[in-house]
Design a protein around this ligand. Structure first.
Ligand SMILES: Nc1ncnc2c1ncn2[C@@H]1O[C@H](COP(=O)(O)OP(=O)(O)O)[C@@H](O)[C@H]1O
Ligand SMILES: [Mg+2]
Length: 269
């Protein structure tokens, strides 16, 4: 497998006001480096405030890194000219914890999934409609959901819709920031299985961000553990879960709710 993303010494500083009214700097990413192989899943795990979302936003070009590089297929997305960046951006898509952030509440499912196809252009209205229904089928949404507004769908269905919309853009990389965290256990397992099925069928590459080490181990090939804006531990998913080396990782393992009784199937890869 080839390296699809290479992150090198990524630093992100935020300026924020201190209680005395002055400015202070917060180092949200403190020299993060990793690689993701094409078609694989990297899980980024860490407690709240460890810098996971900042990393996600930088990868998706929604925040500008202070320094460092993000290479996508050998091109540094932080350094390419604006025109080229606009072309590269759709190749990295993001799914959030709350799909309400990415779904227009006034649009019906049909319109939500049609929009990216219109933006891509080059196909007829009829062909678009066909593709929308194919995408809905692909993510396990019944055809009749095409008429529904996001608020008329369940949490799991809304996350399926967010996935269908993103698939319409044919990204190479999908960044999932706590995408399953708000869902019930059984729905989490269903969406996790959908993600694995899509990866098998489409060869997608995932950066799966979560505070849930159990879910990370279920989905990922490799895990990196973040603490204070740094990667403190990395390894094959099952090894990190079985033999955590760092105190912070042990805490995350301890927080995994009774692994043996988890509704997820055993790791079969
Ligand atoms: N827009 C921002 N402005 C200032 N500080 C921020 C901003 N976003 C995140 N931070 C800070 O950066 C650190 C990392 O946050 P975040 O990346 O959201 O962590 P996580 O997703 O792991 O919970 C936290 O201390 C947070 O308060
Ligand atoms: Mg976060």
């Amino acid at each position: 497998m080839q390296t699809l993303i290479k992150v090198e010494n990524l630093v992100k500083r935020y300026a924020r006001r201190n209680p005395a009214g002055g400015q202070e700097e917060l180092l949200a990413l403190d020299g993060v480096s990793f690689e993701v192989l094409a078609g694989s899943t990297l899980a980024v795990v860490g407690e709240s405030g460890s810098g996971k979302s900042t990393l996600a936003l930088c990868l998706a070009c929604l925040e500008e890194a202070t320094s460092g590089s993000i290479w996508l297929e050998g091109k540094d997305i932080c350094k390419v000219a604006e025109k080229e960046r606009r072309e590269m951006r759709p190749q990295i898509q993001m799914i959030f914890q709350d799909p309400a952030n990415s779904l227009n509440p006034r649009w019906r499912t049909l319109e939500i999934v049609t929009e990216p196809l219109v933006l891509r252009g080059g196909i007829s209205r009829d062909e678009m409609k066909k593709q929308v229904y194919a995408l809905l089928g692909r993510v396990g949404l019944p055809a009749e959901t095409a008429k529904r507004l996001p608020c008329e769908l369940s949490g799991g269905q809304r996350q399926r819709l967010a996935i269908a919309r993103v698939l319409a853009l044919e990204p190479k990389v999908l960044i999932l920031d706590e995408a399953l965290s708000a869902l019930d256990c059984s729905v989490q397992a269903q969406i996790a299985n959908l993600l694995m099925e899509l990866q098998g069928a489409l060869g997608m590459t995932y950066v799966f961000i979560t505070h849930d080490l159990g879910m990370a181990a279920h989905l990922a090939d490799e895990i990196v553990v973040m603490n204070g804006g740094r990667i403190v531990e990395r390894g094959r998913a099952e090894e990190v879960l079985r033999e955590p080396r760092e105190e912070i990782t042990r805490r995350l393992v301890a927080a995994v709710p009774r692994l043996t009784r988890s509704p997820l199937a055993p790791i079969g890869r």
